[in-house]
Design a protein around this ligand. Structure first.
Ligand code: 5GP
Length: 139
């Protein structure tokens, strides 16, 4: 497996080199909005320390991230009055991964409403409004 690339886009977000819409952070994890949301409220949870994905993550990194995933899944479900939540995580290019810093997708879902196609930039004003709804649901 390739080694961790410190110039991947999420590493740049962690260093504050590119902007992101943070919804939650603690000592070990950061949660922020996906800029190409496949459902309203689509967010990402990452560890603050480097690893490519589940295959090279430490147990501590995985435990910290999954705790935040649960917190944010509950908050996003409540914020959007969702019927369910899809949690996705991809490993290596063949597994569907495009950004090589461990991340979990959290996608609020409504009965009968399919995910939007991947790869379409979202409306930033809407993403910011969705982020605020999630922050308020955490508080
Ligand atoms: P994956 O690696 O799991 O296939 O997907 C990476 C995810 O990161 C995609 O859902 C994509 O929309 C998201 N993404 C890519 N670049 C950026 C970025 O610069 N900022 C944010 N917030 N999300 C990004």
């Amino acid at each position: 497996m390739a080694s961790y690339d410190p110039d991947n886009i999420f590493a740049k977000i962690l260093r504050g080199e590119i902007p992101s819409e943070t919804v939650y952070e603690d000592d070990a994890t950061l949660a922020f909005m996906d800029i190409m949301p496949r459902s309203d409220g689509h967010l990402l949870v990452i560890p603050k320390t480097p690893c490519r994905n589940t295959l090279d993550a430490t147990p501590d990194q995985l435990c910290a991230v999954i705790k935040t995933v649960q917190k944010l899944a509950l908050a996003a479900k409540s914020a959007f009055d969702a019927d369910g939540v899809t949690i996705q995580q991809f490993n290596e290019a063949a597994g569907g991964q495009e950004v090589f810093h461990l991340h979990f997708h959290v996608l609020p879902r409504h009965e009968g409403l399919p995910l939007r196609p991947a790869g379409n930039m979202g409306d930033m004003a809407a993403i910011k409004a969705h982020a605020e709804k999630i922050r308020q649901a955490i508080a």
